[in-house]
Design a protein around this ligand. Structure first.
Ligand SMILES: [Zn+2]
Length: 462
């Protein structure tokens, strides 16, 4: 019995040491991040590095599936979003698909959209309850450039940022009741008429929740309400579009899709695949026309896929901003600017964007001594090749990081299991001799000292 107790002691102490080593590691990792937040952000880039000089309008429709908005082989009178269909046909809008990382829930997806970050196990463990976005992001970059941002919609945004510092005007809507399909959207739309007349903002963000609510309760095949909400959204897009200036860029997008069974959160194809539509009155030249149905259907069936985290670097480039510090996405300019009106193309600005994205990712991930190769490709005017080169370099780095993260996850799990075994043992001991057993006292102390992370890890893992 005595020998057994000694070995338990030994086990306890070693677990305690490993536990502390791991969490000290994680803690210092986070500390390093906060340090960069406070001190090492770069000054804003020069104003004349913007490819687009107009305004940016983001219309985020929560849980908008790509098949809701991109409809092929559908008779005109049966289209759910006839205006969207028309502008794509007329080359006034360019469609993409954005692939989101799971979990397909709103908060992490919004973080990915505005900052290009992929939360790892460690981040989730450490930030279990924090909604506030400590990482650098595009709203912050617009603010640094003195470009006023206005926001109306899902109040998650107001928790993500410090609204008084980030937005010149804003109002949040709460998704308090999922059965509310209309009021929650009306509370966004009622600001439109006023805001479309104002000239003091550079960026307008709208986040509509009604469609998501329908999806949660009735699913994506609800015969009446899905069509009704999509039609309402189509009218809103039309209204905003008709008020655009020639150089404005409007984006219609979503944070995540919707499962065939309704709702979201998982990693099914329809949940992770989201639509992105870029609309403008004057930016895109008429390189192609899709008047005939066959061409149009083939366009819709072959829409290019990008990653959700790639959007923020691309927008930063287009609007002449620094790519957010913690971004892990890469720009997709070449697939976009090929649609631009020839008079608006400026290759040196586009190449410059890619170099900025490279420098930012190199600082974050250490891409090695390859910048010279990138510059050589850019000198040969092969923007697409250079983009692909950057993408491959980043993906291989992120893969290594993921393996490390998996190893950490395994270690933490192992420690948790040992903790639980000891817990059971300690309870067993204290039952026979309450408060006299040194193991149970020590264990209770350990659990008390580390309870916050312990509980977080426990909640997250199971
Ligand atoms: Zn959502």
């Amino acid at each position: 019995m005595f020998k057994f107790q000694i070995s338990i002691y030994f086990l306890l102490v070693s677990i305690f040491l490993v536990y502390n080593a791991v969490f000290f590691n994680l803690f210092s990792y986070k500390q390093a991040n906060f340090d960069t937040e406070n001190n090492k952000f770069e000054p804003p880039v020069a104003q004349n590095s913007a490819i687009i000089n107009g305004r940016l309008i983001l219309v985020l429709i929560d849980a908008l599936r790509y098949d809701f908005i991109f409809e092929s082989n559908v008779a005109k009178e049966k289209l759910r979003m006839p205006f969207v269909n028309r502008v794509i046909r007329e080359q006034k809008a360019i469609p993409f698909k954005l692939i989101a990382n799971p979990p397909t829930v709103t908060l992490p997806r919004l973080k990915a959209l505005v900052s290009g970050i992929i939360p790892e196990f460690i981040d989730i463990l450490w930030n279990f309850n924090t909604t506030y976005l400590a990482e650098d992001n595009i709203i912050r970059q617009f603010n640094l450039q003195n470009s006023p941002v206005i926001f109306y919609g899902d109040d998650t945004w107001l928790k993500l940022f410090r609204p008084n510092e980030s937005f010149v005007r804003y109002e949040g809507t709460t998704s308090f009741m999922a059965s509310d399909y209309d009021q929650v959207d009306f509370n966004v739309t009622r600001h439109l008429a006023f805001e479309l007349e104002q000239t003091d903002w550079k960026v307008m963000i709208l986040h509509y929740l009604g469609l998501d609510h329908v999806g949660h309760i009735e699913g994506p095949y609800a015969p009446f309400n899905i069509r009704r909400k999509l039609h309402e959204m189509d009218e809103i897009i039309k209204k905003i579009y008709s008020n655009l200036n020639r150089n404005d860029l409007m984006l219609v997008l979503s944070d995540h899709g919707m499962a065939n069974e309704g709702g979201h959160g998982g990693s099914s194809h329809m949940e992770i695949t989201t639509p992105l539509l870029l609309l403008s009155k004057g930016l895109f030249g008429s390189k192609f026309t899709y008047a005939d149905d066959q061409k149009f259907n083939s366009l819709i069936e072959n829409i290019k896929e990008k990653k959700q985290i790639d959007l923020v670097s691309t927008l930063s480039c287009l609007f002449g901003l620094n790519v957010p510090y913690h971004n892990k996405g890469t720009v997709f300019l070449s697939d976009l600017t090929e649609y631009f009106d020839k008079s608006l193309r400026n290759y040196s600005l586009e190449a410059n964007c890619l170099v900025r994205n490279w420098k930012q990712l190199d600082r974050l991930l250490d891409l090695g001594q390859h910048e010279i190769e990138l510059v050589r490709m850019l000198d040969k005017k092969s923007l697409a090749d250079a983009e692909e080169f950057l993408k491959i370099k980043v993906e291989s780095k992120v893969k290594v990081e993921n393996i490390k993260s998996e190893q950490n996850k395994f270690l933490i799990l192992l420690i948790l299991i040992m903790f639980m075994l000891l817990f059971v043992y300690a309870i067993d001991q204290s039952n026979s001799r309450p408060f006299t057993n040194p193991f149970s006292c020590l264990l209770a102390l350990l659990i008390f000292l580390s309870k916050q992370t312990f509980i977080k890890a426990l909640l997250f893992t199971f």
